[in-house]
Design a protein around this ligand. Structure first.
Ligand SMILES: C[S@@+](CC[C@H](N)C(=O)[O-])C[C@H]1O[C@@H](n2cnc3c(N)ncnc32)[C@H](O)[C@@H]1O
Length: 313
């Protein structure tokens, strides 16, 4: 659809500009940082009241039913994800061409957003992946977190699975510095090993029950060099879980997803390619389960040789 008149174009552009401020209001209204300016938060909540996301009650402004359902599900930290969207785009516009140039607040907000993945994985992922429950219940199970960032997701996995140890790799020293602080504050330094290492140079063998790989953040050469190493680093029967861009029916969403990947500096991989890549390094039981609206697509594959059959599920 083409927009033919200046008036229509102007209306659309104003709506886009207001949208950024509305998203900022959402990030502020739901942020529970006690240091936040109270008047700013009150006005942000008023914006959400007008959007129908919050409502005025005798006890103050509270999330309306739809928003309350999302907040209470605990599946996503809306304030953190909204802030991450704004901070990342702002970082890019101020000249930070790549992920590595994002400021600390953007890295921390992205981390807080990705930490939600652990609870979702426990509820939906683990029961679906044959044999992984047994590996997690076995002796000293380990997970590899490629692109550990500021460590928020690694901390969340350790809290969700008390027997798990995590090895986190990242190429960005500043992220690892923040990760070291977060892991220390969480009291998890004994269970989370942080390494400044490119996945392309991974040398571990038969070590991990689960490996996480976020393709939109990992440049294509590192992704392609890293995949066979990741397959080798899994224990027999272990699973690789690769996050990647989602193909939508909507061409605008596809264009946005490809644009975001250029900002993240990683590889634009769709579901068909993700499955081919995992099969290409010898993984089996490759599939791309549906993920919730707004979450990245995920493709999983299992290293052959693990126990199979009824007792293994
Ligand atoms: C979205 S961030 C991860 C956020 C993380 N889950 C957290 O809790 O903070 C993705 C990370 O992948 C890292 N990365 C990019 N290419 C990599 C590579 N080749 N090897 C290891 N890490 C890489 C980036 O530096 C970035 O910190």
């Amino acid at each position: 659809m083409q927009i033919a008149t200046a008036a229509e174009a102007g209306t659309l552009i104003r709506r886009l500009q207001e949208g950024v401020w509305q998203l900022a209001a959402l990030a502020v209204a739901l942020n529970d940082d006690p240091g936040r300016d109270a008047e700013q938060k009150r006005q942000a909540q008023q914006v959400l009241v007008e959007l129908g996301l919050m409502s005025e009650t005798s006890g103050g402004v509270v999330p309306a039913a739809g928003l309350a359902e999302i907040v209470n599900s605990g599946s996503v930290d809306i304030a953190a994800v909204s802030a991450a969207n704004i901070l990342q785009t702002a970082g890019m516009l101020s000249g930070a061409a790549a992920w590595a140039s994002q400021n600390d607040e953007a890295l921390l907000a992205q981390g807080r957003g990705s930490a939600q993945a652990a609870a979702a994985f426990k509820m939906f992922g683990l029961p679906m992946l044959e044999g992984l429950g047994d590996l997690f219940d076995g002796e000293s199970p380990q997970m590899l977190d490629v692109g550990v960032g500021v460590g928020a997701m690694a901390v969340a996995y350790c809290r969700t699975f008390p027997g798990l140890r995590v090895v986190g790799l990242d190429v960005l020293p500043r992220a690892l510095e923040l990760a070291r602080r977060q892991v220390g504050e969480a009291g998890l330094a004994e269970r989370i090993e942080l390494r400044q290492q490119d996945v392309a140079s991974l040398e571990d063998d038969r070590t991990y029950a689960l490996a996480w790989l976020p393709a939109p953040f990992v440049p294509r050469p590192a992704l392609e060099a890293g995949l066979p190493r990741l397959a080798k680093a899994l224990v027999p029967g272990g699973w690789l879980m690769m996050a990647h861009g989602k193909l939508h029916d909507d061409p605008l969403q596809n264009a946005l997803s490809r644009f975001q990947t250029t900002v993240y500096g990683g590889a634009a991989v769709d579901e068909d390619e993700a499955q081919a890549l995992l099969r290409g390094v010898g993984l089996e039981q490759v599939l791309s389960p549906p993920t919730p609206e707004g979450a990245p697509a995920i493709t999983v594959g299992r290293r052959p040789g693990g126990p199979t059959g009824a007792g293994a599920a």
